[in-house]
Design a protein around this ligand. Structure first.
Ligand code: PGA
Length: 248
């Protein structure tokens, strides 16, 4: 059985004060069997880790370098992330791909660097509205997943998460219908199974894109949806808590 994972992607939001209040409200009354993760901006990772010590809520990050150390101004090494005790890092988010020009190759390099450092990547994939309308959804998503599987090789595929995030649903209030989400999630799992059936059966595939309390129950109930990657709603304690409760 795959344990549901609900991950909050705070993006570039928050302050010491607002983070403290958000986490205080989130932790109080949180009662779920799901694994719960918050991904603050890296600069706040340490204070968030301190506040969450002794709770069931884990801390992840939103991006990482594919290099381990050296003259890479402004970058954060997977080894530093590991040093903090962090278990998960989001990579290949559509905002990184679209705004900062990250390629499939760079995302694959980050995937390998994380796994080699003992951290589980949360690999984001998803199609734009134009790609969906052109009937290319699976072609795009498969290419994004394949680029990583090919580069990583079988030995690096023991512990990772995929987040299917249709770009047209991110931050727009539009959510994939349950049918749309299940169709792509199942296709991703089939693709994984072509590489390794046991890996496909245990790898969690999260849905992301305007997930909120009101739609989380039916999305997470889908057979191939194993939780959520939540942006906007993760900044509202009651909403995020409700999504966690919907997950188990
Ligand atoms: P959203 O963002 O929930 O605000 O749509 C999701 C994401 O970008 O991970």
């Amino acid at each position: 059985m795959r344990k549901p994972l609900v991950a909050g992607n705070w993006k570039m939001n928050g302050s010491l004060e607002s983070n403290r209040k958000l986490l205080e409200a989130l932790v109080s009354g949180l009662n779920t069997q799901a694994e719960v993760l918050v991904c603050p901006p890296a600069v706040y990772a340490h204070s968030v880790l301190e506040q969450l010590a002794g709770t069931a809520v884990k801390v992840g990050l939103q991006n990482v370098s594919d290099k381990t150390s050296g003259a890479f101004t402004g970058e954060i090494s997977p080894l530093m992330v590991k040093d903090l005790g962090i278990e998960y890092v989001i990579i290949g988010h559509s905002e990184r791909r679209a705004i900062y020009g990250e390629t499939d190759e760079q995302v694959a390099a980050k995937f390998c660097a994380l796994v080699d450092a003992g951290i589980a990547p949360i690999l984001c994939v998803g199609e734009t509205l134009e790609e969906r309308q052109a009937g290319d959804t699976m072609k795009v998503v498969a290419a994004q997943v394949e680029a990583v599987l090919r580069t990583a090789g079988p030995e690096r595929l023991a512990n990772f998460v995929i987040a299917y995030e249709p770009v047209w649903a991110i931050g727009t209030g539009l959510t994939a219908t349950p049918e749309q989400a299940q169709e792509v999630h199942a296709a991703i799992r089939t693709l994984l199974a072509e590489h390794d059936e046991a890996m496909a059966a245990k790898t969690r595939i999260l849905y992301g894109g305007s997930m909120k309390a009101a739609n989380a129950v039916e999305l997470i109930a889908l057979p191939d949806v194993d939780g959520g990657l939540v942006g906007g709603a993760s900044l509202v304690a009651e909403e995020f808590q409700a999504i966690c409760h919907a997950a188990g």
